[in-house]
Unconditional design. Sequence first.
Lengths: 252, 174
Amino acid sequence: MSNTPTSPRRRLFLIRSLALVLTASVAAAGTTACGSPQGTDRWVATENTNVEIDWDAVNQAYRDAEGPEDFEKRVNEIYAGDEIISVSVRDIDEKTQVVTGFFDNNEDGQIAESEKVFTIQRDIVDPAKAQYAINGYGAYGHYHSPMWDIAAGMMMGSMMSRMFMPSYTPMYRTPYTTSPAARGALASHRNSFRAANPSRFPAKASGSGKSYGSRGGAFGGGGSGRSSGGGRSGGGRFGVRRPAGRKVVRLG
Amino acid sequence: MPVQTLADLPFVAREPWDLLGLDPQRAGPDPDHDTAGYCRLPALLLEDAAGGLTPVKDALVLGLHSRDDAEPLTGDIELEFVMREGEETYSAVALLSEFFDKRLAGLVGDASAVVLALCNPQRADLKRPAGLGERPLYYAHGDVTAWMQRRPGVRHWRPGEVQIFLAAERWHRL
């Protein structure tokens, strides 16, 4: 049965000090490191910055996603940093699937160990039950979620629910990975989302020592109005109640 | 004058949102929806209580209604059509099997599949009707409710920018 997260929202604050230097060059679409006058290598920080990941929101995004493309959009709406998070989905075997979020710094579509942000490993326990856990990597290596149980009958997006279908076969033996071309589109979508939700993403302060971005905010429950799309609207029910006394004609 | 035969029953093509009672101003299902007819959808998702999704392409969707408190039938469902003629409202009833015999062949056209948007509270197990050719027929156990959902990234409710679902306890394919 479901272990819905009830603990306070988990945020991991990444502190990048003046001493932290990584040499990977970054080509994230259209952005530069906050306050850095020295180019686009955002792992070279000249001041303290904080970037949060709302792990509860990532968890909810994974539960709600309709597929890898939907999940990567949701993750990039959650992540408050300048980088684009690419997503890889790989079926190890009939029971195990691993989703990896990573900073594809060199845009080669490959997951370098240094690029990993998180993994979500899902294991099917039996035809009606599965479990998964989220683990952070690198600067987010301190984060390890509990093991969440999921069961057939729970409300979830089709990225997860598909595994409980009788006809399920793994779809990602050949992994799905965010293409370099898609990263540009993700950046545009992310920027539009932030512009439409200014309270979640306050404008970066000039000068040093200021944090930028804010908690991503857990996505609300199902229903209309999600700005990322996916809101539902109800339609008709295909049964009728016959009022007492209504005339009935049997058709021949 | 009330309709007397299935052949004379007005069962017409409708716009999908009209047939399925879809309204972006309403978050939940419409329990008073009684529109009958048919539509053709290039894509449709059948959702079951377990969260499973079955995609159906090029579907002929038959919007039909059963009575909530009808007597159970073996292998069949009694259909109820709410008819409004002037100020008079009456119910026209027929068995689903009879409806299939009289009307199905004239409706399928070039659809690749036929989907019954029809509540089946008695969980009758239907038999495959004649007139389908090679097409599958999908029907449900339990209530059937229509939903629509905006595609990811879409902010407006417009036909062509939504995914349409029919949700039921369980879906069967014949």
